[in-house]
Write a protein that binds this ligand. Structure first.
Ligand SMILES: Nc1ncnc2c1ncn2[C@@H]1O[C@H](COP(=O)(O)OP(=O)(O)OP(=O)(O)O)[C@@H](O)[C@H]1O
Length: 234
């Protein structure tokens, strides 16, 4: 009988790697192992060209590895066809990108409603769920506003609400504060703290050590090699 009572891993990478053909071939990610448990807040940092985007694309099921195994919520993603990978991505992963990718002529609420179209949520429930997600990121008072009238920090919080509304297992964030001033970045990072406190699993990829430092657990990439400090940095 297993005695491990910790939450199950949301992400389990075993020897995952990514190489690109060419002359000569190039290994952008050397075989890496990583487990991220439910409720963890992990940052991945590293300088330009270290492999952050390559890892993000693999974690987000936007790319397939050259070797190794990736289990998401215990599902072996390597065994899935394109369609099942897309379904898994849509159901289990919420993405937050550097540039918010909101529809400019739709209100905040409509942007979040539209994210539910492929999730078989009854129409009547979508607006309610959108408002609840916007409440979670402190934007109830801006739910009828157009993104063009919002600050960068507010727009990113709408994007976070959109990523959350389908209750993903994993929130995958790519340089989420890269386009924000320090106040906007601070507000977004405060919301990540809150989501973490509520039990969400967050992976934040950033070249900015100050952003990475907010996470409870940090791993680093350098020249395609993933490593984790053995002692927590205080
Ligand atoms: N499709 C590709 N073909 C060949 N090489 C690639 C490909 N995609 C990425 N690379 C290489 O892999 C390495 C890692 O790239 P990656 O985009 O992951 O870096 P990064 O850490 O995200 O950098 P930045 O912070 O500048 O965005 C780089 O040397 C890049 O040139």
């Amino acid at each position: 009988m297993s005695t491990d009572v910790r939450p199950a891993p949301v992400i389990r990478l075993s020897g995952i790697s990514r190489s690109f053909g060419g002359k000569p071939p190039f290994t952008a990610l050397h075989p890496a192992d990583l487990s991220v448990r439910q409720g963890e807040y992990l940052s991945v940092t590293g300088p330009s060209g270290s492999g952050k985007s390559v890892l993000l694309h693999l974690l987000g099921l936007l790319d397939t590895p050259s070797g190794g195994r990736y289990e998401l919520d215990g599902i072996d993603t390597g065994a899935l066809g394109d369609r099942d990978r897309s379904t898994l991505r849509g159901r289990r992963i919420g993405f937050v990108f550097q540039s918010f990718h909101l529809l400019p002529h739709r209100t905040a609420e409509e942007n979040v409603v539209l994210a539910q179209v492929y999730h078989q949520v009854p129409r009547a429930r979508r607006a309610e769920a959108a408002r609840e997600a916007l409440r979670l990121v402190g934007l109830t008072h801006r739910q009828d506003a157009l993104p063009t009238t919002m600050s960068g920090g507010e727009r990113q919080r709408v994007a976070i609400a959109r990523a959350l509304v389908n209750r993903p297992s994993l929130l995958l964030c790519d340089e989420p504060t890269g386009d924000l001033d320090s106040a906007g970045a601070g507000a977004v990072l405060d919301h990540f703290d809150e989501l973490h406190a509520q039990g969400y699993t967050l992976v934040v990829i950033s070249h900015d050590p100050a952003v990475a430092a907010r996470a409870g657990r940090r791993v680093a990439l350098r020249d395609g090699v993933l490593s984790e400090p053995t002692e927590a940095i205080s």
